[in-house]
Design a protein around this ligand. Structure first.
Ligand code: 5AD
Ligand code: SF4
Length: 457
C-alpha cells in the first residue's frame, strides 16, 4: 500500500519536472477578446493560426509568452479597459504583448499605441490576420512589429480556426459595413462590406456538420444585405445552408431593418431549421433621432416590419439594440423610445449609453447630452425592459420547449444548459450524455434572463 503511494508520488514529481522542462520550450498564448461576435470569431481564427505555429493556449495571461488583446471600438469604455490592462505590464515583462481588432484600425489609437505604449510589441488589424505568422516571427526575433492594413480587396479563405464548443458555431458570411450610421465606428474599422461566396460558406457549414456541430449562426454586420456585391440574396443563402445535413438549427445576426426583405420573412415560415428569433436593432424610437442616426427607416416602418414578422411567425422572439443619449435627444424623443419598447415588447435588449467616437459624424453634432441625463435615461429604459422580459419569461412557464443542450451550467455542474429556439437560456437537471442533443423541456420558472426547466419523459 505504502509503496504504491510513494510510487505515484514519484510519477507526479517527474511529471512536474517534465512539465517545467517542456514549458521552457513550449510557447503559451492567451487572448483576451472584447466586443461582438465578429471579434469572438476572429479570435477563433487567431487561436487556430497560433496553434498551427506550435503555441498552446492558456487562460492565465500571466504565464503566457504571447498575450493578445482583440479589441473593440464601438464604445469608449472597453477601450479604456484595454489600456488599463496593458499599463500593468512593463516593457521588460518578458512576454510579447500584442493588440489587434478594431482599436488599432483607428489612426489616433494606432499612434497612441505606437508612441505611448512601448510594451506593445505586436500590432495587426482586422484586415491582415492572415499575416500573423510572419509578423509574429519578427516579434519573436525582438523587432517591434506594427502592421495594419486600411482595407483589403479580397477575403482570405482557408484559415484555421479553434472553436470552443462542439455544439454550435459562428460562420462569417460577410465582413464590413456600408451603412454609416452616424454614431458608429464600425464602417471605419472593418471597412466596406464584402460577402463570402456561398460555396465557401456552405463548405464551412458542411465541415462543421461533419464534426458534430448542430447549430450555426451566420455572422455579418448587416446580414440582410449579404450578397449585394455578388448579385446574390441572403434568403437564397439561407435556403442553401438549410440543405446541409446534420445542421439542425440556423440563426443569423445582425439584421438591419431597412434591408429585411419579404423573402427573408417568408424564410422563417418555410425553413424549419431557422430558429424563431430575430435580433433587429431599433436604436431609437423617435423619427427625428432615427434620421440623425442615418438609420433610413421610420418608427412606423419598423413597427410595420414587426407586425409582418409576427403575422408570418406568431411567437417569434425579438431582441434589439438601443442607444440612449444620442446628440440632441430630448425627453420627448426618449419617451418615443420607451413607447416603441412597450409596443414591440422585446424579449430582451442590449442598451447602450451613446459614446462619441472620433471620426464619426455624431461626435461632431451639437447638443451632446449631459452624462447624468444619459444615465438617468438608461436606468428608466432598463427598468422597463426588465419588466417586459420578466413578464414574457413568466408567460411561458408551463409550456414545453425544444432545447439544444450545449453543456453543463456554469454555476451548477449537475445541471444542463441549453438554448430554446427563441434563444433563451434554460437550465435543467439532466445527464451529460445529452450534450449536443435536442430535447423537450418543460419550463418550470421564468427569471429575468434565463429559464428553469425539467426534462419531459
Ligand atoms: N455609442 C453607443 N452605442 C453604440 N453602438 C454602436 N455605436 C455606438 C456608440 N457610438 C451600439 C449600437 C449597435 C451595437 C453593436 O452597439 O446599438 O447596434
Ligand atoms: Fe454600425 Fe450601422 Fe453598420 Fe451596424 S449597420 S455596424 S450600427 S454602421
Amino acid at each position: 500500500m505504502t509503496s504504491e503511494i510513494s510510487y505515484s508520488k514519484i510519477e507526479v514529481f517527474s511529471c512536474n519536472k517534465e512539465m517545467k522542462r517542456l514549458s521552457k520550450t513550449v510557447k503559451l498564448f492567451a487572448i483576451l477578446t472584447f466586443g461582438c461576435q465578429m471579434n469572438v470569431r476572429d479570435s477563433e481564427t487567431i487561436k487556430g493560426i497560433l496553434e498551427s505555429l506550435g503555441y498552446i493556449e492558456t487562460d492565465n495571461p500571466d504565464e503566457a509568452d504571447l498575450l493578445l488583446f482583440n479589441t473593440c471600438s464601438v464604445r469608449e469604455n472597453p477601450e479604456r479597459k484595454v489600456y488599463g490592462r496593458i499599463q500593468q505590464y512593463k516593457e521588460d515583462s518578458g512576454k510579447i504583448i500584442g493588440i489587434c481588432g478594431c482599436m488599432v484600425q483607428q489612426g489616433a489609437e494606432f499612434e497612441y499605441i505606437k508612441n505611448e505604449l512601448p510594451q506593445v510589441r505586436l500590432v495587426f488589424g482586422t484586415h491582415n490576420i492572415h499575416e500573423l505568422p510572419e509578423l509574429l516571427e519578427k516579434a519573436e526575433e525582438g523587432q517591434r512589429v506594427l502592421n495594419v492594413w486600411e482595407d483589403k480587396q479580397e477575403i482570405v479563405e482557408g484559415l484555421p480556426a479553434k472553436r470552443d464548443q462542439g455544439v454550435k458555431a459562428f460562420v462569417n458570411i460577410s465582413y464590413g459595413c456600408n451603412n454609416f450610421c452616424t454614431y458608429c465606428i464600425v464602417p471605419y474599422t472593418r471597412g466596406r462590406e464584402k460577402s463570402r461566396t456561398p460555396e465557401n460558406i456552405i463548405s464551412e457549414v458542411r465541415e462543421l456538420a461533419q464534426n458534430g456541430y448542430k447549430e450555426v449562426t451566420l455572422l455579418g454586420q448587416n446580414v440582410n444585405s449579404y450578397g449585394k456585391d455578388l448579385g446574390l440574396d441572403f434568403a437564397a443563402l439561407l435556403e442553401k445552408v438549410h440543405e446541409v445535413e446534420g445542421i439542425e438549427r440556423i440563426r443569423f445576426t445582425t439584421s438591419h431593418p431597412k434591408d429585411l426583405s419579404d423573402r427573408l420573412i417568408a424564410a422563417f415560415k418555410n425553413l424549419p431549421k431557422l430558429c424563431e428569433h430575430l435580433h433587429l436593432p431599433v436604436q431609437a424610437g423617435s423619427d427625428r433621432i432615427l434620421k440623425k442616426m442615418n438609420r433610413r427607416y421610420t418608427r412606423e416602418q419598423y413597427l410595420e416590419l414587426v407586425a409582418k414578422l409576427r403575422d408570418a411567425v406568431p411567437g417569434i422572439a425579438l431582441t434589439t439594440d438601443i442607444i440612449v443619449g444620442f446628440p440632441g435627444e430630448t425627453e420627448e424623443d426618449f419617451l418615443q423610445t420607451l413607447d416603441i419598447v412597450e409596443k414591440v415588447r422585446y424579449d430582451s435588449a442590449f442598451t447602450f449609453i451613446y459614446s462619441p467616437r472620433k471620426g464619426t459624424p455624431a461626435a461632431e453634432m451639437p447638443d451632446q447630452v449631459d452624462e447624468e441625463v444619459k444615465k438617468e435615461r438608461i436606468y428608466r429604459l432598463i427598468d422597463l425592459q426588465n419588466r417586459i422580459s420578466g413578464e414574457i419569461n413568466q408567460e411561458i412557464v408551463g409550456s414545453t420547449v425544444e432545447v439544444l443542450v450545449e453543456g453543463t451550467s456554469k454555476t451548477d455542474p449537475s445541471r444542463l444548459t441549453g438554448k430554446t429556439r427563441s434563444n433563451k437560456t434554460i437550465n435543467f437537471p439532466g445527464d451529460v450524455g445529452l450534450i449536443g442533443r435536442t430535447v423537450q423541456v418543460e419550463v418550470t420558472a421564468g427569471k429575468l434572463s434565463s429559464l428553469e426547466g425539467k426534462l419531459k419523459e
